[in-house]
Ligand binder design. Sequence first.
Ligand code: SAH
Ligand code: SF4
Ligand code: F3S
Length: 493
Amino acid sequence: MANQVKSDKDYSQYFQPPSLTDAKKRGKEEIAVHYDFMIPEDMQGFGKDKYYLIRTYGCQMNEHDTEVMKGLLEQMGYQTTEDKNQADVILLNTCAIRENAEDKVFGELGHLKALKAQKPGLVLGVCGCMSQEEAVVNRIMQKHAFVDLIFGTHNIHRLPALLKDAFYNKEMVVEVWSKEGDIVENLPKKREGIRAWVNIMFGCDKFCTYCIVPYTRGKERSRRPQDVLAEVRDLARQGFQEITLLGQNVNAYGKDFEDITYSFADLMDDIRKIDVPRIRFTTSHPRDFDDQLIEVLGKRGNLVEHIHLPVQSGNTEVLKRMSRKYSRDHYLTLARKIKETLPDVVLTTDIIVGFPGETDEQFNETMSLYEEIGFDFAFTFIYSPREGTPAAGMEDNVPMEVKKQRLYRLNELVNAHSKASNDKLLGQTVEVLVEGESKNNADVLAGRTRTNKLIHFTGSKELIGRMVEVHVTQAQTWILKGEIVEEPLKLSI
Ligand code: SAH
Ligand code: SF4
Ligand code: F3S
């Protein structure tokens, strides 16, 4: 710990490196919910006339954490900038899910070294999932000593105090709690646009053998229903058109409550009654997807008919070694039940190819499951060993070349299904939430269907943020194109 820093000074107050062993622990300790968050008095106004820039990697959870950090920084008086030369604080909110995610961050650190040399007053921080990893923190301390601040996913609310430490101390400030986790309510959030994220739970207890998330995000803990519902109602009042409920495993929501019985299905049933046009959720786990949830989703309304349900593999033996806790048959039955209730559901998934020891036959079962279910889309990944996880210690006799070929074959299938799924909408009129101008052509508007498909069409910019009806005229693999259906003229009396 503190003895890693070669100095007599006691750094322990602001030097707390992570421990994967501690992060693995799951005790009986009650989850504390804190409602008393405030920016420390001496930090209010600390950011006056200063600028911040946050680079975000990884999943929506991280994107939303960035909104919290922006909220904190702006309450301290900081203003946002996209120009790293203008920034007084730069934070990298990192992702540890695969090796290439980490490589990107180390690459960016390399670029920032020169900037830091030119501008010694700059506070450069690393946060997010990578900072929860012992090996990463050690590597930064040894090879990227110009970094001023490292803080973990449980320490976000401490940002104001940590910034102060980093600002006044010459040594690197490291504060990463490897605890199971509390919940801090009332943190400020800077949301932009018309779509909002809402955390309903934090952490993960599933410990899939390949995955780093349970170590970087702590134990599963659900926000109290009244806190989630109050936040959703408030967003509805503010006019947000779409809300995505976030958690690593949203349908485990409520399982940690000891005083009440209230599940994810109950939560969805209550949120359904709130006046927000669209409610999404991510990510759900097949093991916890129960009949009550399917029944509630069947009520539709603002609950959209898109479900992202990661399967990872189509082979029961591989699923077992991944510790996914369901079989191929279980998943097939679940998908069938969902389709019985929601025949027009868009079902998407995540798949890992080349898990240690995966045979050709086992991989072919993933291909056949994909066909049998008829997924609309999938995110596909080559397995990436993560230090400290059980799979990293499994013998892996599958050559990288074979893994790449499998990924290629799978992606061909994914693309074909994606095109077919879009083709089904040809000639139909769909409800579209208009998000903004298309990236490549300012005359074209971009929006999303209820099932989260991207669609481009020509229309007036005043429609941004509104729901419109669009007639689908073209279906490509990744995108739909269409024409807006004229709003019927209102007859004046
Ligand atoms: N909580 C979500 C997944 C979060 S990570 C869930 O359980 O569904 C997003 C995806 O990254 C996973 O679904 C998995 O497909 C992939 N992934 C996770 N760890 C990985 C690893 N070590 N190598 C390759 N892909 C991985
Ligand atoms: Fe990772 Fe599995 Fe938890 Fe998802 S459910 S975050 S894949 S351990
Ligand atoms: Fe990455 Fe952490 Fe999300 S590892 S995927 S940012 S929970």
